[in-house]
Design a protein. Sequence first.
Length: 203
Amino acid sequence: MQPFTTLTGVAAPLPMANVDTDKIIPARFLKSINRTGFGKNLFHSMRFREDGSENPDFVLNQPAYRNAEVLIAFENFGCGSSREHAPWALLDFGIRCVIAPDFADIFHNNCFKNGILPVRLPREVCEALMDDARLGGNARLTVDLERQVVVRPSGEEIPFEVDPLRKHLLLNGLDDIGQTLQHAGAIDSFEARRKTEQPWLAG
């Protein structure tokens, strides 16, 4: 998993509440357990018309936001089904951070497991950040996980809270498997000792 330390990039405003996981990645595209390839269908029902052409009104189709790395939304982002494909699609598109007043619990957890930083900030702060984001590519936000601040284009720093363990894992690029492999030496020693003491368990 790619570590998340400090990100400076374009932020896309998505002034919607209750964006569910089926809006993020519709169920008909969940045909793979690989984590790549989902970005092209991110927000498919909003990004594309019925004939397959792009909807020019959707923010991620607008030139200033095609390479957005931060998404700003409103309450209850990631609600609905628990599909892990939702953060996969965001990450595959290039989104590394989502800022919203709150998130659905399972989506929130899945973000950390896949290298995306979900930042909770009050509604009025999200609205101010959206105003910044509407300035387009010239208004870049910085998200500093180590210092736990979002830096506006004006230089104003907005602090945010994050669980210390999750912060450590993101800073070091550790998912659940990576976290376990930190103890590989102890695991190998245990397995070797068990084979000696209980050989019948080794098959």
